[in-house]
Design a binder for this molecule. Structure first.
Ligand code: SF4
Length: 321
């Protein structure tokens, strides 16, 4: 099946001056099929959010391209491009409080995209807002309330309504559950899963919680220090990680043992993610990897296909494979 969204060699660097370049995203390529959810995981600082924002034109690309339905998107978005692609590609943000304007009512927040990007009459917009508030499990009569009058989970539902009222085909969910209490995380993930099914959405789902990502995603992608280092079917990557970094991430976020149904103790992640400034040659994970070899410090490992079950390839960037 041809991809709905393709990224080819997508790169986003930030120039700090004095020859200091932050390699936030380096040469990432990924295809996302229609109606597919790709989960994107990695520690803070791995470049996940920057990748999502660069895909949607919220950051300029340093190199590479984004192809949407076969059309290469402009290198830099002009105002008209935002207008053009706003309906098709939307983002659900991490912090539902800071991403909602506290001076706007919920009705104004959810309606904003339709007002800016469509010619719908006011009464049609009002109807659509009510419909969407109900669809995300909120009271349609609460349009005149302000964000601070809602709980964290309800505010994230407002953020979801604001994005999906535009009827996008592709949605980047940028850590949509990280700021929520554990008790409401599953509710929001289930809501996104239901909406994905009913609307036929395609998603990039960025999160820290690997269990949630495994639960909602078809494939799982792992990023480390700006690079894609493993990609494959979500269950295979979660239960049989290949890259030593993925093993470490999975070990820090275990699910109960299926045989005993007992919780397994998490293992600590070794060391800290290094600075993404002026990243050199060799494997970026070498200084934390328990399996490091001499070759790892000098040669950057390429992504290789290490498993190919049907059309579900697993690719890994590691000299062990
Ligand atoms: Fe570890 Fe070497 Fe593989 Fe990097 S390439 S993950 S250092 S074994």
């Amino acid at each position: 099946m041809s991809a709905l969204v393709e990224i080819r060699g997508l790169t986003r660097h930030f120039d700090l001056g004095r020859n200091q370049i932050v390699h936030a995203v380096d040469d990432v390529s990924l295809d996302i099929a229609p109606r597919e959810i790709v989960g994107l995981v990695g520690e803070s600082g791995s470049g996940k959010s920057t990748l999502g924002k660069t895909m949607l034109g919220l950051h300029d690309k340093t190199a590479g391209e984004v192809v949407y339905k076969g059309e290469t998107l402009p290198q830099r978005y002009a105002a008209a491009d935002f207008q053009r692609y706003a309906r098709a590609m939307q983002m659900i943000f991490q912090d539902p409080y800071s991403s909602l304007n506290p001076r706007m009512t919920v009705g104004e927040i959810v309606a904003e995209g339709l007002r800016l990007h469509t010619d719908l009459a006011s009464h049609d917009i009002r109807d659509r807002v009510s419909e969407w508030l109900e669809r995300v499990g909120l009271n349609a009569g609460h349009t005149s309330r302000y964000p601070h009058e809602f709980s964290g989970g309800q505010r994230q539902r407002i953020g979801i309504a604001r994005a999906l009222i535009m009827e996008p085909e592709f949605v980047v969910c940028d850590e949509p559950i990280s700021a929520l209490d554990v008790s409401v995380q599953a509710q929001v993930v289930n809501l996104l899963g239901e909406l994905k099914e009913s609307l036929g959405l395609t998603m990039l789902f960025i999160a820290h919680d690997l269990s949630m990502v495994r639960y909602i995603s078809d494939r799982m992608a792992v990023m480390y220090l700006g690079s894609l280092i493993e990609l494959g079917p979500a269950n295979r990557v979660f239960f049989h990680p290949k890259h030593p970094y993925t093993e470490m991430l999975v070990g820090s976020n275990p699910e109960p043992d299926p045989a005993t149904e007992r919780n397994r103790p998490p293992t600590a992640i070794r060391g800290e993610i290094p600075s993404p400034v002026n990243v050199g040659a060799g494997c970026r994970f070498a200084n934390r990897c328990p399996k490091v070899m001499d070759v790892c410090r000098g040669e950057t490992p390429e992504l290789r296909v290490v498993e190919d079950e049907g059309n579900a390839e697993r690719i890994v960037a590691c000299h062990l494979y």
